[in-house]
Design a protein. Sequence first.
Length: 262
Amino acid sequence: MRVVIQENYDKMCKWAADYIAARINAHRGDRPFVLGLPTGSSPLGVYAELARMNKAGAVSFKNVVTFNMDEYLGLPREHDQSYWYFMWSNFFDHIDIPKNNVNILDGMAKDPEAECARYEEKIASLGGIDLFLGGIGVDGHLAFNEPFTSLTSRTGVRVLTSDTRIVNSRFFGNDPEKVPAKALSVGIGTVMDAREVLILINGHNKARALAASVEGGVSQKWTCSALQTHPNAIIACDEPACGELTVDTYKYFLDIEKAERL
């Protein structure tokens, strides 16, 4: 696992955007570059920087196909809190990606399980995901894979915990009951199948989750800990998120990155 520590959120987002753009630009071959994407507050800075780079001609998304991590079950795409709405408002409307290259789970699907199976099949048909960008919750959940979700799980219907609904209620008038009780989500196994995984962790409120991801054992309690088993996992974090790391761990990853730049 590689842990890239940046001074603040803005620098973390700049580093991540530069990394993603470099991977897209280096991609060769007939198949498109397949990119997994999250929603939430963590990637907003990355999306803004990638959109800026796109407008400046530094990266193009014309040969990129995207798959989003999740979507609320029972929420139409026109709802201002759907993840379809989030992605188009905050990213896709600002870059040159073809509309048909965007894949987001259908929260209004008549057969949610069939929709999830279709999603997995489409990912496979494109040769798998090259790079999965993600974020984690304060309890370490990756996508909507709440604590104690199987670390080999595939895309499916997830029941959201009370804690998650409370945290997300800030987008629903601070009423947890208005937050959908279920969501469609890629599985931990789906994310781990990607050739590379880049996870954003920022803020002091996620310090325990970062420590569990890096220093703890692999456990279903912290689904983010599955990253330890991936051969090409990167965590990009800011200084406030490092508050629970031991001093030796913190220094180790700073030293490794310093050596990489030499």
